[in-house]
Design a protein around this ligand. Sequence first.
Ligand code: GLN
Length: 241
Amino acid sequence: MSRALIIAHLYPDLLNLYADRGNIQTLLQRLRWRGIEARVVSVKKGEPVRLHEYDFVLLGGGSDREQKLVAESLRQQKEDWHHAMQAGLPILAVCGGYQLLGSYYELANSEKVAGLELLEMTTQASNQRLIGNIAIESEWCGTVVGFENHAGRTVHHHTPLGKVVAGHGNNGRDGWEGVQHHHVIGTYIHGPLLPKNPKLADLLLLSALEYANMTVDFYDLDDELEWSAHHSEWSRWTKVK
Ligand code: GLN
């Protein structure tokens, strides 16, 4: 019998803006529907992050205050994060969590919160927030829809997750959204991200199962409801561009 897939949810009490926790529920449910066993490990601030024990990691979004609280804890294990990324651990980081993967996130008072430096990426402050619904087109996972609300403007030279079709994305200027590097996916998209984007959810699960060396029957699900939610947003927001 194969073992359970281990999904780590980091700082669920601090990094959980706009229902980011729903991403975990979606992953679990999609595994359950396929009869694949999974276990969620919630890691609170101050507890060690045992990256070598996980098959997938979620870092959600957070307010500046909460990001500041977790940034220092994260940085204490900077080397472990680098090794895990190189080894191919799938990591999904949303908004505030995404910003913490770079060198720094600048706050409105110009203070720079140092990040994990996993990616060559910086996030500058702005006093104008980028808020609203967002739709992107990704070569990897097709169209993605959701909601964004961030002050930070992120710039990097890695592969973006997708091209902005409606909304703002990384910085509201260059037309790109998110990042893809090794098996790290960073994005500004909340909503939560995964319920209305089943293709992305399954690609993340496939990376996790491969990383875990688990051979399972990963059959297609009936995603009629998920796709109808996805398409109704896509057509709405791409029209109001
Ligand atoms: N505090 C960050 C910003 O405003 C991230 C916010 C979020 O996670 N939505 O840019």
